[in-house]
Design a protein around this ligand. Structure first.
Ligand SMILES: C[S@@+](CC[C@H](N)C(=O)[O-])C[C@H]1O[C@@H](n2cnc3c(N)ncnc32)[C@H](O)[C@@H]1O
Length: 237
């Protein structure tokens, strides 16, 4: 009998935000897989797991998912990772593949899930707490309230068009992968008649160097940076 692949969301940083279900599954898993960009790179998701689960005695495998701008390189990496996973599933072993935050929010796991399912294996997704929910809770701001709507966009490729339409059409916008686009993000916010007070930066939530505060385009932010923009907040300053 072949094994089953589980995609497990481990939350944004604090190991205590691992769900009871995720923790139980990771404790029971003989094989844990974690994605990295480059061989030997630190995995934040795996650090979170290590903070809550004793992984000694488990087979822990690193899977390379390159962020190379070349689509072919990225596809080749994914196909190698899928082959490796399929080989372990063929041994009859279940695999818990971990992902930061929630599995459904900008996570590589969902590509893998589709490919593994396509090969005829069984899969299951265990959700985790998304970073922006955790950050909003810490900042004590509602993501949506009353009849408001919410858009989630990524600035990874300086995605101006989707940011502009989100700012036009929604009361609240979560801007992910915002770390190196703060200047252009602030300009867009100002074009929509808002200002710094409408934006709350949530950075490294639940990790070392946590920052929750106003958008300062002069400040340096790391990769784990998200901005919550709220139309009904601030005075457009
Ligand atoms: C590849 S996406 C992963 C999102 C993740 N699956 C989730 O549910 O939050 C990476 C982006 O998520 C956001 N992010 C992840 N962890 C974060 C944290 N601890 N604090 C703030 N933002 C975080 C940042 O916008 C970062 O650029």
């Amino acid at each position: 009998m072949t094994g089953k692949l589980y995609g497990i969301g481990v939350g944004p940083g604090d190991p205590e935000l691992l769900t009871v279900k995720a923790k139980g599954m990771l404790e029971g898993a003989a094989v844990i897989a974690y994605p990295v960009n480059r061989r030997g790179e630190e995995s934040t998701a795996m650090e979170i797991v290590r903070g809550a689960v004793d992984v000694s005695g488990k087979r822990v495998i690193e899977l390379i998912f390159s962020m190379d701008p070349d689509d072919n390189v990225r596809r080749r990496c994914r196909s190698d990772a899928v082959k490796e996973l399929a080989g372990i599933l063929d041994e009859g072993q279940d695999i818990a593949m971990v992902t930061l935050g929630d599995v459904g929010v900008y996570s590589t796991y969902m590509y893998v899930d589709e490919e593994i399912k396509g090969l005829g294996y069984e899969t299951e997704v265990v959700p985790g707490i998304p970073s922006f929910c955790s950050g909003a809770a810490k900042a004590r701001i509602p993501l949506v309230i009353g009849d408001e709507g919410l858009a989630v966009v990524s600035m990874a490729k300086n995605n101006e068009a989707s940011l502009e339409s989100a700012l036009s059409g929604f009361d609240n916008v979560v801007v992910m992968k915002a770390w190196n686009s703060m200047g252009s993000l602030l300009e867009s916010i100002e074009r929509h008649g808002m200002g710094k007070k409408n934006a709350t930066v949530i950075s490294n939530i639940g990790m070392e160097g946590e920052y929750i505060g106003p958008l300062d385009p002069e400040r340096e932010y790391g990769y784990f940076t998200t901005v919550i923009v709220k139309k009904g907040n601030g005075d457009g300053e």
